[in-house]
Design a protein around this ligand. Sequence first.
Ligand code: ATP
Ligand code: MG
Ligand code: MG
Length: 585
Amino acid sequence: TKTGVTYPTNFISKIIADRPDPTPVCMRFPPEPNGFLHIGHAKSICVNFGLNEQFNEDGVMRTNVRMDDTNPLKESPFYVDSITKDTRWLIGKAAFPNKIMSTSSYFDEIYSCAEKLISNGLAYVDDLSPDEMRELRGTLTSPGHNSPNRDKIPTENLRLFQEMTRGEHPTGSLTLRAKIDMSSPNLNLRDPVIYRILTNTTHHNTGDKWNVYPMYDFSHPISDAIEGITHSLCTLEFEDHRVLYDWVLDSLTQSCGHSFPTRPRQIEFSRLNLKYTVLSKRKLIQLVEQNHVEGWDDPRLPTLSGVRRRGFQPLALKTFCSRIGVSKTDSNIDFAELENVARETMDKTARRAFVVVEPLKVTLTNYGLDGEEDFNMARHPKDESFGERKVPFGKHIYIEESDFFDGENPPKGFKRLVAGGKVRLRNAYVITCQEVVRDENNKPIELMCTYDDRTGNGVTPEGEKRVQGIVQWVSSSSSVTCDVAQYDRLFKAELPGSATGDFLDDINPDSVSIISGARCEPSVQADCLEHLDAVENAEGGGADVYHGDLHYQFERQGYYALDSSSSREKLVFNRVVTLRDTWGG
Ligand code: ATP
Ligand code: MG
Ligand code: MG
């Protein structure tokens, strides 16, 4: 498929399948450009694009990306750009539309819809303050009361609305309200505000043209209908707004003679919530602006740019979204679920390589300096199409410091190296530790070992016991130093802020550790240099190549991806997820 998202039958797909008239289905993803997209938005993207693809048998994608840009106070082209880039990254070039829509490009038509409602006695201009309006609106248990302005005649309302539009009334002094039902049990129908005044505000698309801006409940159904949307999917908090959505479209078409290409239908599904993080643009902005993280693409953030930089692949996010499914039940999912999916998908897509994060020097005393050799190893154990890599071996190598236990009594089950013991260097030789060289603090700094030349390429000589412990290694002369960043959860609490009311109180102070002086095998450097070129060449042309596309399973360490701070001189890798399984011991 183009999207790579498929959903098992769910309540929305049933509604779509049962539509009376099996014409093509059109949907939209409508972010407000007031922040960066996060994993919650990924759910919405996958639902809209995935279901849309499923129902259009002609193979044409009919999902719009629409910037819902009706609040110039909070929106900016900076966010428009990031949303465009992140959505395209997630859903992929093949499914992504050629043109980005925006609500602001419909302002003329939305405005004329407002005038039609006024002319037909279905909207009026009110001068109540927000407090007075709230007072008269009533509550769930008490009816509302009419505003004294409710019965003004259409010509008077039209004159005032046009004055508002010309900027003759200050911000906040007047509003346009739909005239519906002040005693409705649904508070959204008690004459909701549909236009407000914002003077002296420049909109990133329409500039200074407008002094009035439509409210979501008014602009959204109209924009959907203008675009020919058939199914307008949104999250559950809009369930109570559906009658208003319907009222707007029915009033315009049935009472005002306005016509639209479609009569879209709003369907609500539950939001995605993730434990140990926050999915709210407001909170994410706070984390970024108060420097609790290093920017919108901080690898610890659940923003799409953060998870992309961290190295999560679109496939993992899409698979995750397919699995959590679509329903009306609120879900609070552990971030670990996404990590599990990432492990599963990266197991298939990641090349394998050796990295030693905290190197301990090993000298093979019986190995000739002139005997240096290369071991050919598969880049992927289960997929030959990945090809092979050459891993140079030599007299001086490094192993992971933690693969040597310094003392008499290693923990139960420890199968790696101890003084006098043996270990298998993965795909190379079995070595025996003969002597431990120490610094003045008695800390091991070098292991003098011998190797068994009958055991190359993982061979166990006949009649001998297999060595159980297997460790990765790099050669001293060919390996390349690099930085490795390891991340933990950004929050210590499952529901940040649940104890004190302030989510910032639950920030995990140890959510990142950067280790410099790790060493990777030379094939990694070669891949990375090539990839850095590809990223550099892509940027000008606007193609879709990101640093984190290059990802590895660093054997026994985890899945890692190239970080965007990498340079040709210094490679930096982000740990995407740890490996659940190691080779034992
Ligand atoms: P936030 O609360 O983070 O500001 P929002 O809903 O106001 O989110 P929008 O830009 O309006 O953000 O969202 C665009 C689309 O993405 C909407 O259809 C919205 O319902 C959907 N969406 C946002 N957050 C989630 C989520 N956590 N799970 C599923 N869909 C979401
Ligand atoms: Mg919104
Ligand atoms: Mg919001």
